[in-house]
Design a protein around this ligand. Structure first.
Ligand code: GLA
Length: 342
C-alpha cells in the first residue's frame, strides 16, 4: 500500500488543497482531498479486469466548492442527516442552527465539515485528517477535536475510522457521503442491494423521523433479501430511497450493514459499520449536472450508504444517543469493501 501527495489547487478563500492517492497491490486506487475530507475517486477492477471510477464527483476544487455539490464523497458533520427545525436542547439550553433544508438543518449547516479544510498527516499506510470545530461553529456547543483516518488495505477494504473529543457536552453524528455507481456510470436501478435491517425510521414529508421504527416486512422498504434497487423504488415515499435503516446488529461491533452487486460489471460493495443505522439514499435529487470528465449525473445514477446514528436523534429520546460528553470519546468505523463476483 502506498500513499502519495499531490497538489489539488486552492479554494476560493485561498486555502491550499492536497490530494492523497492511496493504492494497493491489486491496483485499487482511492483519492481523497483535505477539503471536506472528501473521497474524490475510487478505481476498482470489474470481472474483465477493467479499472473504472465507481464514485461520483468533480474534476477540480471549484466543482467541490460549487453551491450544487450534493456532498459528493464528503465527510458530513458535526451532525450528519437532519435535525428538525434546525434545533435541539442540551442540558436545558436550546440551540438554533441554520435551516439549510427547508425548515430543517441538514449535514452540519451552511459550512459544515464537508466545506472545511482538514489538516493532513500521512502515517505509514494511513491518511489522518484532523480539525478542531470551534465552540459555536454552525451553532454547536463545545470545541470538538475530530480525526478521520482512511486506510486502503491489501484485502481491498477502504476503512474509515472516526474519533472525536469535546470540552463541553455536544451532539455528534459523522458519516461519509460517497455516491457509488459500481458500473462506472448510468442508472443504479439494476444494482442489487441487501440491507440487514428489519426496521427503518418512519419519516414525515420533510424526511424527519416521526419516532416510529417501522417494520420493513411486506413493504417496498424490505431489502433483507438481495433485490434490484429498481424493483420497488417507484413505490417508495418521496422520490425513492432516502431513509435510515435501523441495523439488526446494534452491539457496536463492526458488522455487515449492506451488500451491493452490479450484475453487469461483477463489482460488489460490502458496507460494514459499528453504527446503529445506515441512510440508503438512491441519488433521487441528482439533476443532470455535469461531473467528472463531463459525465452527466441524472436521477438515480449513484447511491449512498451513509453509516450513522439515526436522523434527528437529539430530538428523539428513544433513539440511540448522539450526545458526546467531555469524559467520553467518540469512535466509529465504516468499511467499504470492494470485490468481484465472477
Ligand atoms: C442526504 C439526504 C438527502 C439529500 C442528500 C444530498 O443523503 O438524506 O435527502 O439531501 O443528502 O442531496
Amino acid at each position: 500500500m502506498s500513499i502519495t501527495t499531490h497538489s489539488y489547487g486552492t479554494t476560493k478563500h485561498g486555502e491550499k488543497v492536497d490530494l492523497f492517492r492511496l493504492e494497493n497491490k491489486r491496483g485499487t486506487l482511492v483519492e481523497i482531498i483535505n477539503y471536506g475530507a472528501t473521497i474524490t475517486s475510487i478505481l476498482t477492477h470489474d470481472r474483465e479486469g477493467t479499472l473504472s471510477d465507481i464514485v461520483l464527483g468533480f474534476d477540480d476544487i471549484a466543482g467541490y466548492e460549487s453551491a450544487d455539490n450534493p456532498y459528493f464523497g464528503a465527510t458530513c458533520g458535526r451532525f450528519a442527516n437532519r435535525l428538525k427545525k434546525g434545533s435541539f436542547t442540551l442540558n436545558g439550553t436550546s440551540y438554533q442552527l441554520a435551516k439549510n433544508d427547508g425548515e430543517n438543518a441538514l449535514h452540519g449547516g451552511l459550512r459544515g465539515f464537508d466545506k472545511q479544510i482538514w489538516e493532513a498527516q500521512v502515517n505509514a499506510d494511513t491518511l489522518i485528517l484532523k480539525r478542531v470545530s470551534p465552540d459555536g461553529e454552525e451553532g454547536y456547543p463545545g470545541n470538538l477535536l475530530v480525526e478521520v483516518t482512511f486506510q486502503l488495505t491489501e484485502e481491498n477494504d477502504l476503512r474509515i475510522d472516526y474519533q472525536a473529543e469535546t470540552d463541553q457536552p455536544t451532539f455528534i453524528n459523522l458519516t461519509n457521503h460517497s455516491y457509488f455507481n459500481l458500473a462506472g456510470g448510468g442508472t443504479i436501478r439494476d444494482h442489487h442491494i441487501q440491507i440487514h435491517a428489519d426496521h427503518y425510521t418512519l419519516v414525515d414529508e420533510t424526511a424527519i423521523p416521526t419516532g416510529e421504527l417501522r417494520a420493513v416486512e411486506g413493504t417496498e422498504m424490505d431489502l433483507r433479501c438481495s433485490l434490484a434497487i429498481g424493483t420497488h423504488i417507484d413505490q417508495v415515499q418521496g422520490l425513492g430511497y432516502d431513509h435510515n435503516y435501523c441495523l439488526n446488529q446494534t452491539d457496536g461491533s463492526l458488522t455487515i450493514a449492506a451488500q451491493v452487486i452490479d450484475p453487469s460489471s461483477g463489482r460488489t460493495l460490502t458496507c460494514l459499520t459499528t453504527e446503529p443505522g445506515v441512510q440508503f439514499y438512491s441519488g433521487n435529487f441528482l439533476n443532470s449536472f455535469i461531473g467528472k470528465a463531463g459525465n452527466i449525473y441524472a436521477k438515480q445514477n449513484g447511491f449512498c450508504l451513509e453509516t450513522q446514528h439515526f436522523p434527528d436523534s437529539p430530538n428523539q429520546p428513544s433513539f440511540p444517543s448522539t450526545q458526546l460528553n467531555p469524559s467520553d470519546r467518540y469512535t466509529q468505523t465504516c468499511v467499504y469493501r470492494f470485490g468481484i463476483e465472477k
